[in-house]
Design a protein around this ligand. Structure first.
Ligand code: ATP
Ligand code: MG
Length: 283
């Protein structure tokens, strides 16, 4: 049987979450920092550990069948790959920032200015779309110190919390793109069945992360009210308790409005609420 290859970041911001995701998909492999390639013992798959910049091209050229990488890197390398699944981690935005003391406040005011970045392709398109002509200075790192050194009037860099900008006396004022880690694949791969199986495993892990398993006790007379508070769930399981007036309700609740729901359930008489993480949800 053909062995698939998936490329993930060797070390850096996406490494740990990429490894965790693959392990949660039930894949067994060693994560030695020194190895560039690691076989999976219970699935026809090999994991390639690479610099993130190389991942999109490896996938486009068919050296890897799949890859996990930030959208920012995909767009910067301008490759033609299939977006298979957004992964919900590695979230950040590419922003233009200037020094706190600068009076530039609008994108239009960047005309004729210089902007330092490690993302010249994405920035170039953004400036063109906004009808701006600016001098893009491509540097390979530590972009945030360039205005302070007098190398550029502005920077275009990735921001997650904004802490690095702040500590370098910079303020962001324009969003160029937002990004997260995505699972990509080569267009027209001949290993569709195996790839589909992996995508389904990934999706079952992501779905599980978004939901909690909840068990609660409620007086039978209040059951209807509780069931009304659990929309979206086709049929929660209702189990009789030893005390005949009471039942236990088992259901799943989306993580995002979790606390609001719990409060409403308590107000409706729910007691002994137990919340558990879910490992996988297979539809
Ligand atoms: P490599 O050695 O693999 O080339 P790198 O230094 O280019 O690593 P990292 O800094 O590890 O890359 O970031 C990897 C990805 O993490 C980015 O391309 C981006 O998609 C995402 N990311 C999330 N938050 C941030 C952030 N605050 N700064 C930079 N990247 C971020
Ligand atoms: Mg890189």
């Amino acid at each position: 049987m053909k062995t698939l290859k998936i490329a993930i970041q060797k070390s850096g911001r996406l490494n740990e979450k990429s490894v965790d995701l693959l392990k949660n998909c039930g894949l067994n492999f060693e994560n030695y920092k020194s190895s560039l390639i690691s076989p999976v013992s219970n699935f026809p798959l090999e994991i390639l550990f690479l610099r993130d910049d190389d991942i999109p091209e490896y996938v486009q050229d068919g050296i890897a069948d799949l890859g996990i990488v930030g959208e920012n890197v995909i767009q910067e390398t301008e490759v033609d790959v299939a977006y298979l699944q957004r992964l919900g981690f590695g979230k950040c935005s590419l922003k233009i920032a200037v020094q706190n003391t600068s009076n530039i406040e609008d994108v239009k005011e960047l005309n004729g200015k210089s902007i330092a970045t490690t993302y010249p392709v994405i920035l170039g398109k953004f400036l063109k779309d906004n009808g701006i002509t600016a001098d893009i200075r491509t540097i390979s790192g530590s972009v945030e110190i360039s205005p302070g050194l007098g190398l550029s009037d502005a920077i275009c860099d990735l921001v997650s919390t904004g802490g690095t900008l702040k500590s370098n006396g910079l303020k962001p004022f324009a969003d160029v793109m937002s990004s997260e880690a995505v699972l990509i694949g080569r267009k027209g791969s001949e290993n569709e069945d195996l790839i589909q199986e992996l995508i389904q495993r990934v999706q079952s892990v992501l779905r599980a992360k978004e939901t909690k398993y909840v068990v609660l006790n409620i007086e039978r007379k209040n059951l209807d009210e509780i069931l009304k508070l659990l929309p979206g769930v086709k049929s929660p399981t209702v189990v009789p308790l030893a005390d005949e007036g009471w039942v236990a309700v088992h259901t799943v609740i989306p993580e995002r409005d979790f606390w609001a729901r719990i409060t409403l359930l308590k107000q409706a008489g729910a007691q002994g609420i137990v919340v558990m993480p879910i490992e996988k949800i297979i539809l």
